[in-house]
Structures are given as C-alpha cells and as structure tokens.
Design a protein around this ligand. Structure first.
Ligand SMILES: Cc1ncc(C[n+]2csc(CCOP(=O)(O)OP(=O)(O)O)c2C)c(N)n1
Ligand SMILES: [Mg+2]
Length: 780
C-alpha cells in the first residue's frame, strides 16, 4: 500500500500512532458521552466497553489505515464497535449526531450492525464467535463466485475477522476450521486481540501456544505478535534476555494485575523475581516508573510498526491467524483490571485522559483536536489517502428473473420432500438462467433430504477438481459425486452451525459482491435447533436464503423422538427475517418455492423456511387456481364454510389426510363445516399483528387475511386446529375473531412407531379431530 502514498515508512508509523490515540480517545469519549453526559430518563446504565475498545485501537488503526484494501471485508469484534464508528468519523462518513446518540434510538448501534448502522458494516456482530467464522464462509462464497465467472480473481478480497481472545472458546470456531480446511480456505485473516481477558476475568494460561497447533494443523499460518518494538530493543540489552524470559513465563493474571498497578509495582515485582540476576537492575533503572510501565505493556498488538510488518508479511492468500498480544484497557486507567470488561472511566479519569492527550475542554469531538495545525493537516491527508477512503460499495446486484411458474410434480400420491427434490431437478434440467444462480448446501444430508437429483445434474463445487471414484470404477450408485469448479452444491460436514453460517454468507453475496445467489439449504428439521444462533445471526444481518427443514414431525415415525421435530413451527414464527410455510401438497410447494425465490430478492423481503415431510399423501384435485393467491397469504379454504357455520377445522402440512377424513365424517352432522389449510401460520400471524398495530403505526387498518378467512364463521364458532408440531402455532387463530379453539398438535417428545399408532397416541388422527370438535360443542 505504501506505493500509493506519498508518505514514507516513518511517516506511516507516526500517522498510525496518532490515529491510534484518536481512536482510543473517540471511542472512550463516545461511551462516556452516552453514559455520563447525555440526558438519561430511565436511570439504567447505557453501557459500552472502553477497555475492549482500547485493547484494539492500534490493531484497527494499522489495519484500516494501512493494510486494508478496498475489496477486503471485515467483521469487527462486537465490543470494539465504537472504534469502527470513530474510524468512519475520521474518514468523514460518520456523523457527530450518530456518535452522540450511540446506543440511543436511531443512533450508532452498540455492536456493528449491517442493517441499522449508517456506516458501511460488512458483517454484523454481537453473538461472539459467529462473526469470526462467517468470514471463512464468505471467502468460500467469494471463491464460488470467481469459479462461476461472477467475480474477477483480481477483485478477490480478504475476509477479515477482528476477534476477542475469548471468542476462541466458542465451539463454532473449531467447526469452521475443519470445514475451512476441507474446502481449501484462502483469503481469510483472523486477528486475535489477545488480551487474555474475557468478560469475567483473566483467561487460562494453559491454552498458551495450543492455538498455534490447532490452527497450523488446519492449514493456517500463525503469526504471533508478542512483543512491541520497545520491548524487543530492551531484550537486546544486557539483562534483557532475563527480562524476556520473565515476561514469557508471567501468568496472565499476574501480568494483568501489574499492568493495572503501574510502574512502581512492575519494578517491585521484577526486582523481587529477577533483580539479583546479572544486569537486570541496571536495565530496569534506566527506565523511570512511567517508562517502565510503558515498556512492560508495549506488546505486539499495541505497536503499529510490529502490526504493519506482520500484515505486510502476509501478502499471499494463505489463511492467517495473527495473535496480537494486548492489554485490555491499554492506555486507560482501567488497563489490566480483571473487572474492566464493563468498567467505565469516571468523569475525572476521562478529564485526565483528555488533558494528557492535549485535547482542550469543549474540543472533545473535534476529529483532530490536540494536534498542531500542521500535524492535523498531515494526518487528514493521510486518512484521505488511505485505500479505505477509496472504497466503494459493490454495484447493486441485478435481480434474477424467476419463471412465472415452477413445474408441479405429477402423481396422485406425493410427499412434500420428494416434490421438493423433483422441482429442483426440473429446474436443473430446464437450463434456464435462474437455475444457474441456485446454490445448494446440506450438512451431510444431501441424499436423505432429496437434494441428490439436483446435485447429480449440477455437480458439487470444489476449486480443485475431484473425480467420483465410484463412478470411475463403474460401481453402480444413484449418486454422482464428482466435484469441480462449475458445481452448484456445497457439501458440508455434519455441523449445522457451519451450515447456517454458509447459508448466511451465500445470502449476502448480493450486498457483499454485487452478485445475487439463490441459496437453498436442507437440514433435518429437528436439527434446525442445532444451528439456531447461526440461523438467527444470518437473519439478523438480512441475509437471504431458502431453508428447507425436512423431514419433520412425527411423520418421521420410525426414526423416533430424537428425529421428530416438535417446536420448529414456533421457532420459525418467532424468528424475524424468516417467513415460514408448511405446505401440504406438491402444487402448494411449487407455488411457494417460486414465491420464495422472488421474495428473497425483494428489498422488503426475507429468507424463507419451508417445513416439509416424507409422508406420502393423496394430492387434491383443483377445479381452478383461485386457491393460489390465498395460499401465498398464509391459508385458503379447502372446503369453504357456509355463512354462519358453527365449526371449522384448520390444519397445516402433513396431517392433511386426517383433517380431510375428519371433515368428511363430520360434514353431514355439522352443516357448512369448513376446512382451512393454513399454508403459513407465520404469515397469518404477522398479518394479524400488523393489522392490530396499523392504527398506531400510520397504516390504515384493513382486515388481515386471517380475519377475512374466518369472517364467515358464526360468532363464537368452534375451531379445531391441528398440525404435526407445537399446537401453539395454530391455536392463536381463535383470538382473531373470537372463536372457541380446541388445539391439537404435539407437545411431548415423540417415540418410534408406525404413523397410525403415533398419530393415535399423540392425538393427531381423524378420531382425535372429531373428538376435539365434539368437545367444543359439549362445552358450548
Ligand atoms: C454468544 C455470546 N455469549 C456471551 C456473550 C457475552 N460476552 C460479551 S463479550 C464476552 C467476552 C469478551 O471477551 P473477549 O472476546 O476476549 O473480548 P475482549 O473484550 O476481552 O476484547 C462475553 C462473554 C456474547 N456477546 N455472545
Ligand atoms: Mg479478551
């Protein structure tokens, strides 16, 4: 990068040192302002993490103003959010107003947010670990786009995570390392702010050096930045080797406590431990207390020269872990204290820091306060000349045109899971451009979720070609497993967290790389829970994908309770950014999938989740297509109720045969009995809530779809709701128009059995529906 600047190396180091102090000051002041200056109405602590920020300011100065290239993308450790805002404030694209409203409504967010912050945020962060691992998957997505001719190799960026050392305790990090190795990960940097403090206290010494082994085993280069330049110079002097050894063996907690206590404590301890050894006293005496404290905390992660050397050194595409030793709260009175995670400087302490940095009272927000006019002008020029200032958002991704209809699989008896596979196969064979944008993935369940046919057509993605050994040897197999650059399926190991992180990364291809992908991921429905935080994480940053949970519910009869999902309908209804459908029939599925491919591209769209089943059921005859519009709004009448009808059955998904059978048996006795097929409990519920809120949110209250559907039923009519999942997903329907509800569904763990036995035991069969209806009438 230095070629593009008119600054020589020493100028760069000086400028980065100055920027480090700016970032340390502005981040601390932003948190201080929110907590001590801005008016408070609720008496609650606003919060913020001055110590976590100060730990990273040199790393971020060196990265953002030196090493980062315009095409690189960064996930910033959540608690360093204020530093990222300060960087953009110096660049001129963050407003003072936003900083002053940090953690307030409409202000800069506590933790970097792609959707809520007004500065460019590449990855949202907050749930530690996930922001780190997603960078590896984004790098894989980048490789996928390059291989498919949608991005130039020359435009490949590094996907960088700036992480806290406690994030190394998250299991998802290691799951991701394994997957990364399998996929030949490249262009990925993780920079660890190795302050050896987590939230509660100092971290275990025993992991020292273990991380190197783990990462190296997985193909990463590990660069450790332990000592700063001052330390390295001191270690060269007489007595220095002894001092270095002492530093290397100092337990984390002791190092942190001495840092907090300062120069005199350092001296006393060093003298007690190694003062008798040759030349040590003279070495220590050559520093006054302040200088000794500065020396002892001059760790690699606080030395911009060390940092830029390390970053410059990693100039190829190997995945690289930088372990940058730091002090939590560096340069602040909180430095090293084990309780400093949420610690905050007092007004006196911040005034002391301000004075020490030469910033006049009232000038706290001035970006370059406390510098002479010349220095300020030079620093401004340096910032303006950084590659970051030349960064442009990628062009908006062109929409992918979806055919007006997807082919409906034929057959009188079908399951939604098999129909899903068939629809994808037809798309793969049709050869329309939209099929080229589909990329599928599964955590080792490709075949058992019916993705296999698509994969047979389109192949597995891999940068280095890998032949299918079985096919070559002419061993019969239904599944082709050849891997090559043009493949459109990314096969993952059995770690659902990785699966959801890959989906999240694929679903961000449009905003990240200016190229729209249509990601389709399949997972056994019960194991949605296994990756739930990663799913939430993807939705939180508005990633767009189609998630297929299949098989689901008791319909997976023989597999038993561990494989029968119960609560996924409620999970899905409660998940923002995810629209949930549970189609019953193949034609509904084709309709909803087409809608999904469109919906996930819309600015006001979302990801979509389809809960499917392997249960083969009789398909229904359609007289016309009038049901379709209602099905896409969340439900339609399979048997329309008569006006003033006193009862109806509402069902979702695979229990359609039981609902139909019950309807047929009761229709003679209950005149005008309705049968409602709820294709999306989620959409119906959202519509209902929105209708209720409309008067207060500026909209015009219009009847919601659930209200319209239920309008013909008599006041106080009975409604039996039934689905193969938590009954709460449908029971709320009664509240829409004041109906009396008898909710059926599963609210206990399942077990093995055949389906008739299980549906009887769990009260999902026609008899249970009839009994539930009778009970409503008895109760009337
Ligand atoms: C999944 C998750 N669990 C818990 C937390 C609460 N939490 C926030 S930061 C943190 C540890 C911070 O330590 P580290 O990553 O080392 O960052 P530092 O502040 O020391 O730089 C914890 C437990 C969280 N944000 N996410
Ligand atoms: Mg830490």
């Amino acid at each position: 990068m230095t070629e593009t600047l008119a600054f020589d190396r020493q100028d760069v180091v000086r400028a980065l040192d100055l920027l480090e102090t700016r970032l340390r000051w502005l981040s601390a002041w932003t948190v201080h302002n929110a907590n001590h200056i801005r008016e408070k109405r609720d008496g609650l602590k606003v919060g913020g993490h001055q110590a976590s920020c100060a730990s990273m300011t040199a790393i971020m100065a060196a990265l953002y103003f030196h090493a980062l290239r315009p095409q690189d993308k960064v996930a910033v450790k959540p608690h360093a959010g204020p530093v990222l805002h300060a960087i953009h404030y110096l660049l001129g694209d963050q407003s003072l107003d936003q900083l002053q409203r940090f953690r307030g409504l409409g202000g800069a967010q506590s933790y970097p947010s792609r959707t809520k912050d007004q500065i460019p945020v590449d990855f949202s962060t907050g749930s530690v670990g996930l922001g780190v691992a997603i960078t590896a998957f984004s790098s894989l997505v980048q490789d996928y786009l390059i291989a498919h001719g949608q991005l130039r190799e020359a435009d490949a960026g590094r996907m960088i995570a700036l992480m806290g050392d406690a994030e190394l305790d998250e299991g998802n990090i290691y799951e991701c390392l394994i997957e990364g190795y399998k996929h030949d990960l490249r262009n990925c940097w993780w920079v660890v702010d190795y302050n050896r403090q987590s939230l509660d206290s100092t971290t275990a010494d025993r992991m020292f050096r273990r991380f190197d082994d783990i990462f190296q085993t997985c193909g990463w280069r590990v660069i450790t930045l332990k000592y700063g330049k001052l330390q390295r110079a001191a270690f060269q002097r007489p007595g220095g080797r002894t001092l270095e050894e002492w530093v290397d063996n100092c337990p984390n907690a002791d190092f942190a406590a001495l840092t907090y206590q300062g120069g005199a404590a350092w001296r006393a301890r060093l003298m007690a431990d190694i003062g008798e050894r040759p030349n040590v006293k003279a070495l220590l005496d050559s520093f006054d207390d302040e200088a000794l404290a500065a020396l002892m905390t001059n760790l690699g992660g606080h030395c911009v020269e060390t940092l830029i050397e390390a970053f410059d050194q990693a100039d190829d595409d190997r995945p690289t872990l930088f372990i940058a030793y730091t002090v939590k709260g560096y340069g602040l009175p909180l430095a090293g204290h084990k309780d400093n995670h949420s610690g905050m400087m007092t007004p006196d302490q911040i005034a002391g820091l301000r004075a020490a940095l030469g910033i006049a009272e009232g000038e706290e927000w001035a970006p370059f306060a406390g510098l002479g006019a010349n220095a300020a002008a030079q620093l401004k020029a340096f910032v303006a000349d950084s590659p970051l200032a030349r960064r442009r958002a990628p062009a908006e991704a062109a929409p992918v045109e979806i055919p007006p209809r997807l082919p409906v699989p034929q057959g009188a008896m079908q399951s939604t899971q098999a129909a899903f596979g068939r629809i994808l196969l037809d798309i793969a064979r049709a050869g329309e451009p939209f099929g080229d944008r589909i990329v599928t993935t599964a955590p080792d369940v490709t075949q058992t979720t019916n993705l296999g046919a698509f994969v047979n057509q389109r192949g597995l993605f891999r940068r280095q070609e890998l032949a299918d050994v079985f096919q070559k040897a002419k061993i019969p197999s239904a599944q082709k497993w050849a891997q090559h650059e043009a493949g459109q399926h990314i096969e993952l190991g059995i770690a659902e967290n990785n699966f959801f992180l890959l989906l999240a990364a694929l679903g961000l291809a449009a905003p990240h790389f200016g190229s729209r992908l249509l990601p389709v991921g399949t997972v056994y429905d019960p194991f949605v829970s296994r990756g739930l935080d990663a799913l939430n994480y993807g939705c939180y940053q508005d990633s767009r994908f189609l998630l297929i949970g299949t098989p689901s519910g008791l319909t997976l009869a023989g597999e038993g309770g561990a494989h029968q999902s119960v609560n996924t309908p409620l999970i899905a209804m409660g998940q923002p950014g995810l629209a949930y459908f549970e189609p019953a029939f193949a034609d509904e599925l084709a309709l909803v999938m087409r809608w999904a491919f469109d919906h996930l591209q819309r600015p006001d769209g979302s990801s979509v989740y389809l809960r499917l089943s392997t249960r083969t059921i009789a398909q229904v005859e359609r007289a016309d297509a009038t049901w379709e519009a209602d099905a896409l709004k969340g439900g339609y009448w399979l048997r329309k109720p008569a006006k003033g009808a006193r009862a109806a059955i509402a069902f979702s998904g695979a229990v359609a045969p039981e609902a139909l059978q019950a309807w047929e048996q009761m229709a003679d006795d209950i005149p005008g009995l309705g049968l409602l097929n709820v294709t999306s409990p989620d959409l119906l519920h959202r519509g209902w809530s929105a209708r209720r809120a409309a008067r207060w949110t500026g909209g015009k209250p219009q009847p919601c779809h659930a209200q319209t559907l239920l309008a013909d039923l008599a006041p106080g009519a009975g409604l039996v709701t039934v689905l193969d999942g938590s009954p709460g997903a449908l029971s709320w329907l009664g509240g829409v128009t004041g109906l009396r509800v008898s909710p059926l569904g599963t609210d206990r763990f399942g077990q093995t059995g055949d389906l008739p036995d299980l549906y009887r035991a769990y009260r999902l069969d026609a008899e249970a529906i009839i009994d539930a209806a009778a009970e409503l009438f008895l109760d009337a």
